[in-house]
Design a protein around this ligand. Structure first.
Ligand code: PLP
Length: 365
């Protein structure tokens, strides 16, 4: 199996797995203790969580705190509903048209009027567009999950602040790969997109910003997200974040080499969706006129890639991101997403590209 779906999830780094194991211990070792218990094993687990919090915080800007959540979706819901639940509902929210459903659907459910910030044909949401009067929150993602485009989030943060709004950045696909977004008030992350475990995410909150919880109970995470934390998941997230921090340049260089190689191997029968420059190069979203992607995927069962966003796949609807950048439904449906990263080898890329080209050519397109 050649895994080329790094935007859906990344493999668990061996270092992250190793950091988790002591906290998954059975009855004969103290690692299973509740990190909120005051006894010694509980305090040891709590200390491991604080180390992990520091490691995750190192991927983020200074001047804020990290709240562990169950996923990035959970963090984004807390960011959007946290003000509303605190009695300060946003009357008007502006979100980029390229956001993940975790932002789009949460904004829609918030009761606020939602304004879509448009994308250009290159997949970039330019700051030179109007913000509706009374906008209280602006949300623009750092790196798009479908086409990999890198948004001008620092400029959007400044723009939001000038309009008196908060700025929320979904940094799920950028964290650990590129520098953190500048100027944001709220940033959401997910461990499983940066070689950590599934089931844990984080919300970064600028100091001084106050939210109300969605989940009530034991008051964990400063009262913002009740529920017993998993030391294993936190330790895995922390180790993955530390590794991503240390390897950021090396990982980017590796991805750059694979990007060049794959583009050369695939050739000019494929058209890139979205900007080639303002892009995370571990994302190759390509289209080929007339391609039957379902058939391509069934012909290549041992190459794991995606037809558009993994979150939307199976819905039968063309991707909202590909539509937002101006593709026709037919072009969107003829697009594939090839995602690669730290553990993808040159040989795997060579093999996969050759097979993809043979299978596409066999369709006569
Ligand atoms: N935001 C983006 C850009 C994503 O790619 C994803 C996952 O696909 C999410 C949010 C949701 O992350 P999680 O799986 O942690 O809920």
């Amino acid at each position: 199996m050649i895994y080329l779906d790094y935007q859906a999830t990344t493999p668990l780094a061996p270092e992250a797995r190793a950091a988790m194991l002591p906290w998954l211990a059975g009855p004969d070792a103290p690692g299973f203790a509740n990190p909120h218990s005051p006894h010694r094993p509980g305090r040891a687990a709590a200390a491991a969580i604080e180390v992990a919090r520091e490691q995750v915080a190192a991927l983020l800007p200074p001047g804020g705190r990290v709240i562990f959540t169950g996923s990035a979706t959970d963090a984004l819901n807390l960011a959007i509903f946290g003000q509303t639940f605190g009695g300060r509902p946003f009357g008007q929210i502006a979100v980029s048209a390229l956001e993940h459903a975790a932002v789009l659907d949460t904004a829609a459910a918030s009761g606020a009027r939602v304004h879509a910030l448009v994308s250009d044909g290159a997949g970039l949401v330019g700051v030179d567009q109007p913000l509706p009067e009374g906008t209280g929150l602006v949300a623009v993602m750092q790196v798009n999950n479908e086409i990999g485009t890198i948004q001008p989030v620092g400029e959007w943060a400044a723009r939001a602040h000038r309009a008196g709004a908060l700025f929320l950045c979904d940094a799920v696909q950028g964290a650990g790969r590129i520098a953190p977004p500048e100027g944001a008030d709220l940033i959401a992350l997910s461990a499983h997109k940066l070689y950590g475990p599934k089931g844990i995410g984080a919300l970064w909150l600028r100091d001084g910003l106050d939210l109300a919880p969605l989940i009530h109970g034991g008051g964990q995470e400063g009262g913002l997200r009740s529920g017993t934390l998993s030391p294993a998941l936190c330790a895995g997230f922390g180790a993955a974040a530390a590794l991503a921090h240390a390897r950021m340049a090396a990982d980017a260089a590796h991805v750059e080499g694979l990007w060049r190689y794959a583009r050369a191997l695939l050739g000019d029968r494929w058209t890139l969706n979205g900007s080639a420059e303002a892009r995370w190069h571990g994302n190759l979203n390509l289209r080929r006129e007339g391609l039957d992607v379902a058939r391509l995927m069934s012909d290549l069962r041992d190459v794991a890639f995606s037809a558009g966003s993994a979150c939307a796949s199976g819905s039968g609807r063309p991707s909202h991101v590909l539509r937002a950048i101006g593709l026709t439904p037919a072009q969107a449906k003829a697009s594939v997403r090839i995602g690669f990263g730290r553990y993808t080898t040159t040989e795997q890329m060579e093999d996969a590209c050759a097979r993809i080209n043979v299978a596409a050519a066999a369709q006569g397109v």
